[in-house]
Design a protein. Structure first.
Length: 308
């Protein structure tokens, strides 16, 4: 069977006022039918560029993308029909009600009489009581739910979510993930880009990490986590750490995290901190998570690699 999504040697170069920018460099990987796949990377890594190419909105400088064998440029309608893309930005017609927007979107795919599925989408996404509300009267979070419903009206085999939970509240995140997970269990392939690493850790079976347009890791999530076999000493302090410890630490305001391999290293590190006069609160030791792996991988690659 062909891959749900296949990226083959995808390159994208932008000509900018600062010179050419290689936004994607030989991106090659397949996503298999039924996978819940995560695409991660820092700002500017190329995630949205890759998704725009997948959606047929942008052409690669070189390379090929297929959806269940359909080439997104040579067979755009076949590919588009198999894809449900939830964009990052909110795009809507303010004069339509929610139900009208969903019917209109169905019409775009030549679908009629899918009222039962539209009702299921409305219920699943917590929009049932908003069906007859005008789009312009909805809150940002509700509009985002409609974006998700719109992407799904034609029952696509592949759902692509481009940072769907950026800036949305906990309730919407939970509703969205419960619904998308159910569709995934029913056989839908899901491609998710997110900045929330705990979300990727909880949902994705496999993860690709992009940095400066290149794939720098492509593994099962469990494998990536195994790579982070170390532990992390976590504490809070208002003081700056001595240089030797600061070089090993991840600092987020008062929160400091230092990688430690075993109990002996925990003791050594705590002793060094005490000797340096650091007053610590809320000391904890926990297993490294996806964020640790991500930061480690990102730290291993020099910046500005994307400049051609
Ligand atoms: N139309 C464009 N013209 C020129 N450069 C662009 C264009 N679109 C994107 N870029 C550049 O390509 C690189 C990749 O951008 P992209 O938006 O794909 O990254 P991203 O991983 O989606 O980032 P974010 O997490 O911030 O959304 C960036 O350096 C960006 O500035």
């Amino acid at each position: 069977m062909s891959a749900a999504i296949s990226f083959q040697q995808v390159n994208k170069r932008f000509d900018t006022s600062r010179g050419p920018l290689q936004a994607l460099q030989d991106v090659t990987f397949d996503i298999q039918p039924g996978e819940f796949f995560g695409l991660l990377g820092p700002n500017g890594a190329g995630k949205t560029t890759l998704i725009s190419i997948l959606a047929g909105l942008s052409r690669p400088t070189r390379g090929r993308v297929t959806v269940f064998g359909a080439d997104v440029h040579a067979q755009p309608m076949e590919a588009r029909r198999r894809l449900g893309i939830v964009p990052q930005e909110l795009v809507f017609d303010p004069f339509f009600t929610v139900r009208e927007a969903l019917r209109f979107q169905s019409g775009y795919f030549g679908i009629q009489g899918n009222g039962a599925w539209i009702d299921e989408l409305l219920a699943g996404l917590g929009l049932a009581d908003k069906a007859d509300t005008n789009m312009r009267q909805l809150s940002g979070g509700m509009k985002r739910r409609v974006m998700v419903a719109q992407a799904l009206v034609h029952r696509p085999q592949v759902i692509v979510l481009d940072e769907p939970t950026a800036g949305v509240d906990v309730e919407l995140r939970q509703t969205l993930w419960a619904f998308i997970s159910r569709l995934n269990r029913d056989g839908c392939t899901v491609l998710l880009t997110t900045h929330y690493l705990e979300e990727a850790e909880a949902l994705c079976g496999r993860i690709a990490m992009l940095r400066a347009g290149r794939v720098i890791a492509l593994e099962r999530t469990a494998e990536l986590l195994r790579r982070a076999s170390s532990n992390v000493l976590h504490f809070k302090t208002d003081q700056a750490l001595p240089d030797a410890l600061a070089a090993r630490a991840r600092v987020t305001g008062r929160i400091k995290q230092i990688k430690v391999h075993d109990a002996y290293e925990v003791e050594q590190t705590l002793a060094a901190l005490r000797q340096a006069g650091i007053v610590m609160e809320d000391i904890e030791v926990h297993k490294a998570d996806l964020e640790d792996v991500f930061l480690e991988l990102m730290a291993g690659q020099p910046d500005g690699e994307g400049r051609a």
